[in-house]
Design a protein around this ligand. Structure first.
Ligand code: PRX
Length: 635
């Protein structure tokens, strides 16, 4: 028997050693015993990071939805698979059982087929956190269509870029969404986006807010009548292990967003195994991850990982502040949540509201607390531990990425002693390496470097959609034969890892990955703007916030700076989404540049962070005088 469920630290080390000494043997044993295969593999792993090419379980055939749903029906048919908690607490929660999920996914899958969607076609899903989102993801997987979920907070421009990049044939959306006391016109955003997406032939619209929307004849249809008429039986498409399961976009430091491609078998095995262990999920536990399915956390740890394990996964439509800041704790009490997985930015926002709001609720069901998306600062860690976990529920600070598909570094609760701000130990099968400036691996402990992974793991992204060369350059070129994460990390005296943050031009704002280049492009679209540079600065709730330095074309023009700031943020909202708005905008007569014309972001970053004690040598700059001006006017 494989050690599917790790229960103490000795066992972790033992299994870890086994997974590293013989990765193929290890993953084969896990895959053999815990999943439903239509055909087993011929070869567990083949890989070559120089191409790069990675294949897991080659030759195997399966359908992930048979693993998520069908195989539970005999034993867990009436168990709740998805527990939907609506935005408005007065609206009843929905307990969608595995039996019901089976019916709903099959019906949806039949609708997709009837609309002409075939295996391998891309379907864009732009839906709020309502059951149709999870169901449509699974319906795509059922028929072998590749889903590309776009977070429903992205703007129409961001949406159309993503639709066109992967050439989606269809968009699934809703008449609108609830967000606390507000409603958002999602269909209007889709209509705008589709003005520049000639490849989209069909739009299916779920009804959520009952708003009176415009339906384009010949293109748009209401979803419900189609579902009502569809059969409950849909044979699962048999997929090869390495067939793409989904595309999910993530920001890079330059250029357009990268459509990370995840494939079927390895992704399934790894997300299921990590879910079971990182959350110590037991039958009858109620697990809740507060992420949106529009992000990788929702894909792997609301939908696939939990459902493959036959878990009950809570799906929350709303926001932590509605109707008040006690909402999370109210949901934990109401549904007796056992594992709660959220982001540091949410923890900081809730901590600001004081502990009284937490104390009103019975949180005694909690067994494990999770954190993901950005480094968790010590204060937030302690607040979470003291007030939510009552020092009784270990915190799993889970480090991973859209690209990694699953959790890579994390404590195993009740096994790994936790340490504030440390993601602690590599998960089973994960071989991290810290690299120095010369490209050499730092051996031993108490070292600080750039975080790489030196051996493939089953759920790694296989490519960037339509651009394998970019995949190679971004992740496999910085260090030979290693996957480069873009993060810095240190390893302490016992081998625990602490992630220190991005080492590239990606800034993590409220747990959202934002590349500076596309935001600068948006700012530069403003007719009055000559040039801009965006950096991050520390923010007590968001972790990092965005600081923009902007030079104007005509500095003599006495335009109202506050209006300009509003206009710039409006352009950003339209081209990316409100999450990318700048918190501070400083107008300056120039940006510090090297003699070759490169903007010195290092200096701008230090000024924005009010860390100007050691700016380094500025004398080699083309325009050193501008540095003083910027420092004098810093916001
Ligand atoms: O910088 C790391 C940070 O988030 C980045 C990945 O972002 P994304 O692809 O959007 O996926 C987020 C959810 C998995 C990483 O490169 N990050 C994620 N988790 C942590 C973290 N930084 C520190 N600690 C974490 N636990």
């Amino acid at each position: 028997m494989s050690n599917y469920h790790i229960k103490h630290l000795e066992e972790y080390y033992q299994v870890y050693r086994k997974s590293v000494r013989n990765p193929e043997g290890f993953w084969e044993e896990i895959a053999e015993e815990h999943f439903l295969w239509r055909k087993k593999w011929d070869n567990v792993l083949s890989w070559d990071f120089s191409k790069p090419e990675v294949k897991w379980f080659e030759g195997a055939q399966l359908n992930i939805t048979e693993n998520c749903i069908d195989r539970h029906l005999a034993t867990r048919g009436e168990k709740t698979a998805i527990l939907f908690e609506p935005n408005d607490p007065k609206e009843a929660a929905q307990h969608i059982t595995y039996n019901e999920l089976h019916k709903r996914v099959n019906k949806f899958a039949n609708v997709l087929k009837a609309q002409g969607i075939n295996k391998g076609d891309r379907v864009c899903i732009y839906l709020p956190m309502i059951p149709e989102l999870a169901v449509s993801v699974l319906a795509c997987a059922r028929i072998g269509a590749i889903h590309s979920v776009v977070f429903a907070g992205f703007s129409s421009t961001a949406l159309s870029t993503r639709i066109n990049d992967s050439d989606c044939k269809m968009v699934l959306t809703s008449d609108g969404s609830y967000r606390g006391a507000k409603t958002i016109d999602l269909k209007g955003i889709v209509d705008e986006a589709l003005e520049s997406c000639p490849g989209v032939k069909n739009v299916l619209v779920a009804k959520r807010i009952n708003s009176d929307i415009n339906m384009v004849s010949g293109r748009d249809q209401w979803l419900q009548p189609l579902l009502d008429n569809a059969s409950e039986h849909c044979e699962a498409e048999i997929m090869n292990a390495e067939d793409p399961l989904f595309i999910l976009y993530t920001s890079g430091s330059t250029g357009k967003p990268k459509g990370m491609v995840h494939t079927t078998a390895g992704y399934m095995v790894y997300t299921a195994y990590t879910f079971k262990n990182v959350f110590q999920y037991r039958e009858n536990d109620v697990y809740w991850c507060t992420a949106d399915i529009g992000w990788i956390t929702g894909h792997s740890y609301i939908v696939y990982g939990p459902l493959v394990n036959g878990a009950t996964s809570v799906m929350f439509e709303g926001v932590p502040s509605y109707p008040d800041f006690g909402r999370f704790w109210d949901i934990i009490q109401k549904h007796k949540v056992n594992q709660f997985y959220t982001a540091p930015t949410a923890i900081r926002a809730l901590a600001k509201q004081g502990a009284e709001l937490v104390e009103k609720y019975d949180l005694s069901s909690l067994k494990v607390l999770g954190s993901v998306g950005e480094p968790i600062n010590e204060e937030a860690w302690h607040w979470y531990n003291d007030n939510v976990g009552k020092r009784n529920s270990p915190i799993v600070d889970t480090w991973w990425q859209t690209e990694t598909g699953g959790i890579m570094i994390s404590p195993i609760p009740y096994s790994t002693p936790t340490k504030p701000t440390y993601a602690t130990l590599p998960f089973i099968g994960i071989q991290p390496a810290l690299m120095d400036e010369n490209g050499d691996e730092l051996k031993g402990n108490q070292v600080d470097g750039r975080l790489c992974i030196k051996f493939p793991w089953p759920s790694m992204a296989r490519t960037i959609w339509g651009n394998h060369q970019r995949y190679k350059e971004t992740y496999f070129s910085a260090y030979e034969n290693k996957y480069f994460t873009g993060d810095g990390a240190l390893r302490d005296e016992v081998g625990y890892y602490r992630i220190t943050g991005r080492v590239d031009d990606v800034i993590i704002v409220s747990g959202h990955n934002l590349g500076t280049a596309p935001i600068e492009d948006a700012v530069n679209e403003h007719p009055a703007v000559a040039e801009s540079a965006i950096v991050g600065f520390p923010h007590d709730v968001k972790g990092s916030a965005l600081y923009g330095y902007v030079t104007l074309k005509d500095t003599g023009e006495s335009r109202n700076h506050d209006n300009l700031r509003k206009e710039i943020n409006q352009i950003i909202t339209e081209s990316i989404g409100p999450i990318a708005k700048l918190d501070k905008i400083q107008f300056t007569s120039g940006l510090p540049k090297t003699r070759s014309g490169k903007i010195m972001r290092r200096i701008l970053r230090k000024i924005a962070q009010k860390d100007t004690g050691n700016l380094g040598d500025t004398s080699t700059l083309l325009n050193p005088e501008v540095v003083q001006e910027i420092m004098d006017n810093v916001l």
